[in-house]
Design a protein around this ligand. Structure first.
Ligand code: ADP
Ligand code: MG
Length: 506
């Protein structure tokens, strides 16, 4: 028996699915087997209507369409088109051989038009991996698919069009357009943010090494503004990173609408009412959550203590591992989740605890309760805790522009280049990803620097986990300076960005 190849998604990876059709004599009956979920069942009606409306013959008798292998759960309408072609092939209306060495995906409208589907990029990556030469994708998915080099991509608009192509009536040429490049413009630029040099420095270090940052200070001091400006100093995505980011968006279904490869780093800002599932992913059909949509970019949690503590605790695993694991009866899926966590908070419920010009009205108990909403282990995962104080009026009123984002971005890009050269042999990209086992050879401190750390540890200003983080941040500060060794001044600056937390929480 012959079959047509399509794809199924496990996590963000596509695997081949074989579709075969058997037509037998008997009472009219149309069945799709092979663990299909509800959406696949609905596709029966679309397939029948599309075949008839396109002027082809829908066979009488008992039709069985089988999606194999049966142990992979299949979801979504992407099997409409390959299943329709399989029926047409089983009834001699097209020849199977024309679909050798090809992958087909697409949703059918009742009139036979082909509609876009999620995860077309993953399917094209699979084609390349499996050495399959051709892929037929809905025209609206073409920008995703052409991002993969070395696979012939055919843009399909309707059932009739692909049948005419397969029968040699009217051939479609593979699409050769260069992937569209979107130019990134940022609404926020550091040049418009007055003063706050310390916060800006902290953000530059965070952007360079991929470190997590917490901005803390009274209301209205520019915390949200600073965090929103972060994307403007991040380096462009490399091609590999762009494929990863686009694949996740494609699987999550946020890409439909003719978008090509995503070029700008993600900046995700979930609301504080977000559920654990929307944040880390899940559902009966596991979908990537915000942490995965923020992969290779920034996850910004504004007003961190407003988030439910229970929801925040789910962040700990992805923050540590760089991926999310979701277990289901049908198996385990893993979504990448390597992101920079940025968060903002007021030091107390009224916000003015650290403000020298306004008295805080909160009771001691209220302040404790507020700060306890963020657990110690989560707080420990912020590499830099940055104080954002109220700006002096003369700094705010100055007409002078600050340093532009593009100048800062150049320094960040250079520091990242230093890191990628250092990590050439591994799949690490930034200092924040250095595993414990490699700290000793990658983040060696000078003797003087060690003594400073010892002092901080002895004074309980630093926890053991904090020490690992300080070393990584110090590595980034040294990289920004172009220094191969980690000197005492690098460690001192790294320590300075951690100490506020201990002060505030006592
Ligand atoms: N350093 C600054 N430079 C210029 N404008 C600022 C600065 N800090 C605050 N602002 C102004 O105040 C507004 C409120 O800042 P925001 O970032 O929302 O404060 P926060 O998040 O700390 O409460 C900003 O939109 C901006 O107009
Ligand atoms: Mg704010």
């Amino acid at each position: 028996m012959f079959y047509i190849t399509s794809s199924a998604i496990i996590g963000i990876t596509a695997v081949p699915v074989q579709i075969e059709t058997h037509v037998a004599f008997g009472m009219p009956h149309f069945k799709i087997v092979g663990l299909p979920d509800m959406t696949v069942k609905e596709s029966r009606d679309r397939i029948r209507a599309a075949i008839k409306q396109s002027g082809f013959l829908f066979p009488r008798g008992r039709i069985t369409v089988n999606l194999a292998p049966a142990d992979i759960r299949k979801q979504g309408p992407l099997y409409d088109l390959p299943a329709a072609l399989s029926i047409l092939a089983a009834t001699g209306q097209i020849t199977y051989s024309s679909l050798n060495d090809s992958i087909v995906l697409g949703e059918l409208a009742l009139n036979g038009e082909v509609r876009p589907v999620p995860a077309a990029l993953s399917a094209t990556v699979m084609a390349k991996r499996e050495g399959i030469s051709n892929i037929y994708v809905p025209e609206k998915n073409i920008q995703e698919a052409v991002a993969v080099q070395g696979v012939n991509v055919f843009a399909i608009t309707s059932l009739t069009q692909i049948v005419d192509h397969l029968n040699g009536v009217a051939l479609i040429e593979p699409t050769v357009t260069k992937p569209r490049k979107s130019r990134t413009t940022y609404n926020t630029d550091f040049k418009h943010i007055k003063g706050q040099e310390l916060a800006k420095r902290g953000i530059e270090i965070a952007a360079s090494g991929g470190h997590n940052i917490l901005l803390s200070g009274p209301p209205g001091t520019g915390k949200t503004l600073l965090a929103r400006s972060l994307p403007s100093i991040l380096p462009e995505l490399s091609h590999n990173e762009a494929v990863e980011v686009t694949t996740i968006a494609s699987v999550a279904g946020t890409l439909i609408g003719g978008h090509g490869l995503i070029r700008e780093r993600p900046f995700r800002t979930p609301h504080h009412s977000a559920s654990a599932v929307s944040l880390v992913g899940g559902g009966s059909w596991p979908k990537p959550g915000e942490v995965s949509l923020a992969h290779r970019g920034v996850l910004f949690l504004d007003e961190l203590p407003e988030f439910s503590r229970h929801v925040l605790e789910h962040l700990r695993q992805p923050l540590e591992d760089g991926f999310v694991t979701i277990s289901r009866a049908t198996g385990t899926v893993r979504f990448p989740a390597r992101f920079l966590l940025a968060a903002s908070m007021n030091p107390c419920p009224c916000g003015y605890l650290s403000d020298p010009f306004r008295t805080c009205e909160c009771t001691h108990g209220n302040i404790r309760r507020y700060q306890k909403k963020i657990s110690g282990p989560l707080l420990d995962r912020f590499d830099l805790i940055i104080d954002v104080p109220r700006l002096e009026s003369n700094k705010l009123l100055t007409d002078e522009l600050s340093e532009t984002s593009s100048v800062i971005r150049e320094r960040v890009t250079k520091a990242r280049k230093t890191q990628s050269d250092r990590f050439k042999q591994s799949d690490l990209l930034t200092n924040s990803e250095i595993p414990q086992s490699q700290l000793d050879n990658l983040c060696l401190l000078t003797q003087e620097a060690k003594q400073l750390v010892e002092l901080a540890l002895n004074q309980h200003k630093l926890t053991p986990r904090g020490y690992a983080r300080v070393r990584k941040v110090a590595r980034t500060i040294a990289d920004l300076e172009g220094s191969t060794t980690i000197e005492i001044n690098h460690v001192a600056e790294a320590l300075q960005f951690r100490q506020q937390s201990t002060q505030e929480r006592t």
